[in-house]
Design a protein around this ligand. Sequence first.
Ligand code: PLP
Length: 353
Amino acid sequence: MYLDRLKNLKAYKTETTPCKVKLSSNESPFDLSDRLKNRIKEEIVKINFQRYPDPHAKELKEALSGFISDEEKIEITPENLVLGNGSDEIIHLLITVIGDLKKPVMYPVPTFPMYQVSSDVVGRSKAEFFLDDNFQLTEEGIEEGLNQNPDIVFFASPNNPTGNSFDRNLIMKVIEKGIFTVIDEAYIHFSDKESFLKEALEYDNVVVLRTMSKVGLASIRLGYLIAKKEVAGQIDKARLPFNITYPTQVIGKVVLTEGKEELKNQIKAVKEERERVIKEISKIPDVKVYPSDANFFLMKTPDGNKTHQELIKKGVLTRNMSHLPKMENCIRVSVGKKEENDEFIKAIKEIFT
Ligand SMILES: Cc1ncc(COP(=O)(O)O)c(C=O)c1O
């Protein structure tokens, strides 16, 4: 009886088949430089490992707010931030604390699965609605979601697994209705579209989520929410006290202060490679490639399951999305280093010629 609720839950699934080239998790293909690793080593040994970390991660928040302010030319202070053990944790926190828990969580389909997973864990209902055939929001879809009277809405823009950014005007319409709106900008660093940071600092019902996972630090699990001070302060009260480990605080601070240029160059390289790979793959008549604002792209082949397996046989791991609604025969491919992308291009050309 105690486990009844868990019996129907489906755990978050990830792709773990060992492969020479891993293009399945939208990580950065670049490890940190030896220079940064040595600096981290110097700082890590100073940790008092028997102690709890700073519950407010003060120094890390200062480094992070400096990093964002610098990058976005907008003033962010530590009080605008809530830190999470990955942005997954913040998604879960928001679904747990925002609004009336009897009211649904709204999000489009297909999108990042954690909105659904966390809603199910918390036992909150879901107001799902479909994107159109180009994976864009529509007035009708949003209307369908809103009719279910949600108290919280998630828009991942750029969206995972589709790679595109959502129509800003349609998101603004939801914001203007006063519903608590989460703009998940996990992939914004790879996009040239405008972020919702300004709105997050202006509206009480808007927060932006970001993560260090896609820009080279997936290992340390560091995600963050940006909002008005009053909003961030309230949400921070519900965060678990020591959720950001001491090593994460130390590593994050070093990278965000001494590694800014390195991260920027890596992001630039990923964007350039994305365009190169998409251009190459688009030449194959059997493969449809969707445009992307992220560090991955989506492609559709005549038999997605088969293509995914054939790629594995050739040593390239991608993410098969065929099982998801509206994603029949679709495969998500992360952008790797040049050599990795070349292997992927070679493999997919061999499969289709
Ligand atoms: C849209 C989106 N949001 C959030 C996350 C979670 O990132 P994190 O590693 O910070 O938990 C991901 C990870 O893939 C994602 O695609």
